[in-house]
Design a protein around this ligand. Structure first.
Ligand SMILES: [Zn+2]
Length: 125
């Protein structure tokens, strides 16, 4: 997200210098689009933080999980790719269709070969 903000800022500066040219106006529009997209993403991230905190509060209060439980689980997820880097690796293996056994294409919830609706892991990337 920081990259997008830096990009928008750089494009904005370039656009300001060339306001009268067509390229300057286009650059200004691109900068505005990037700024708006960044605002949407920031808003989504903020909502996700609130939802995550709400869910975590429920788990702590109603099921007795501790901060150590959460930290251990986060580290286990992070380490799925063997690297503790604060990121979730994309799954390299596409799942198979439970009906015909062929590989599912992309993130489609329907098998292209047999039409079976498949429930994908909502956290797969
Ligand atoms: Zn299938």
């Amino acid at each position: 997200m920081l990259d997008a903000l830096l990009f928008a800022s750089a494009v904005n500066r370039a656009a300001t210098k060339n306001q009268s040219s067509l390229a300057g106006k286009q650059a200004s529009r691109v900068a505005t689009d990037v700024r708006h997209q960044t605002e949407y993403i920031k808003s989504d991230v903020e909502k996700l933080f609130m939802i995550t905190e709400a869910l975590w509060t429920i788990l702590k209060e109603q099921h007795g999980y501790t901060e150590d439980d959460l930290i251990a689980r986060v580290e286990a997820i992070d380490m799925r790719d063997g690297v503790l880097d604060g990121r979730v690796a994309k799954s390299a293996v596409k799942p198979d269709c439970p009906e015909c056994g062929r590989k599912l294409m992309g993130r489609r919830p329907v098998c292209l070969y047999c039409g079976t609706e498949v429930i994908l892991d909502p956290f797969s990337r």
